[in-house]
Design a protein around this ligand. Structure first.
Ligand code: MG
Ligand code: MG
Length: 255
């Protein structure tokens, strides 16, 4: 069952989302050759707690850290470590914050120094697919219209969509109904209603869509070792159209 949020609840979710946005925006600036993903994690935890929020990921099903940091062929759920980022890497940073009982969830992929044109294209395609999905989030559209918006653009550009993981409803819990796959048949699925809040998160691969989970029980990697990209926002369906709850204060999307 999809839990609809009141205007008052959406206001609360906006504050949780803003903390996530501000944290990601600062993390992005910190990314450079030589920094470790553990340093990024430590900063994020401090930043989130400094405003009285809680880093949602920490302890979630025993996840040890406040952010997920996934490098290159790691798709999602990477555990921050002493690995140093190197020129030409890409790092996916996924961040959640809980404030006043509500959760915000967003992710960005950040190039480390200069990356190849092929990787820039991968990132740009993933971002663009997220924007397309957001545009579909109006009352009366169907859920898989949103999913297909991602799939259509990504496949048009010759990349593949990860199928084993997907977006989700979000509210008082990080993962609520419905599941939001990044592929689907347009015109099908439940109708979107005012007050729905979805975390849309395309995971896009250069090569095969197939992934595997490493022995740490968390890190998801591409099966062929090729690079993967991930962007995510938490978005509300409202009578005035989609509202990105994890945008910056000026409305920008730190993408
Ligand atoms: Mg996330
Ligand atoms: Mg999510």
């Amino acid at each position: 069952m999809v839990i609809r949020k009141s205007v008052n609840e959406l206001d609360k979710m906006r504050f949780a989302g803003l903390i996530v946005a501000e944290t990601l925006s600062e993390l992005r600036k910190m990314v450079e050759p030589g920094i470790t993903t553990r340093q990024l994690d430590a900063f994020a935890e401090k930043k989130i707690r400094s405003v009285g929020a809680y880093p949602t990921f920490k302890g979630y099903r025993k996840f040890p850290s406040s952010i997920c940091a996934s490098v290159n062929d790691e798709v999602v759920h990477g555990i921050p470590s002493d690995r140093r980022l190197r020129e030409g890497d890409i790092v996916k940073i996924d961040c959640g914050a809980t404030l006043d009982g509500f959760v915000g969830d967003a992710a960005i992929t950040v190039p480390v120094g200069k990356v190849t044109a092929a990787i820039e294209n991968l990132l740009e395609t993933t971002r663009a697919s997220l924007f397309r999905a957001v545009e579909k989030m109006v009352p009366g559209n169907r859920l898989y219209d949103v999913s297909y918006a991602v799939q259509e653009l990504v496949e048009e550009r010759g990349f593949s969509i990860v199928r084993d993981f997907c977006g989700h409803g979000i509210g008082e819990r990080m993962h609520e109904d419905p599941q939001v796959p990044n592929y689907g048949r347009p015109g099908t699925g439940p109708k979107l209603k005012e007050g729905w809040v979805l975390a849309i998160e395309p995971m896009v691969n250069i090569g095969t869509h197939e992934v595997q989970v490493l022995s740490d029980g968390w890190t998801v990697k591409t099966k062929d070792g090729k690079y993967s990209s991930h962007f995510e926002h938490t978005i509300a369906v409202t009578p005035d159209g989609p509202v990105v709850l994890t945008a910056m204060e000026d409305g920008s999307l730190m993408l």
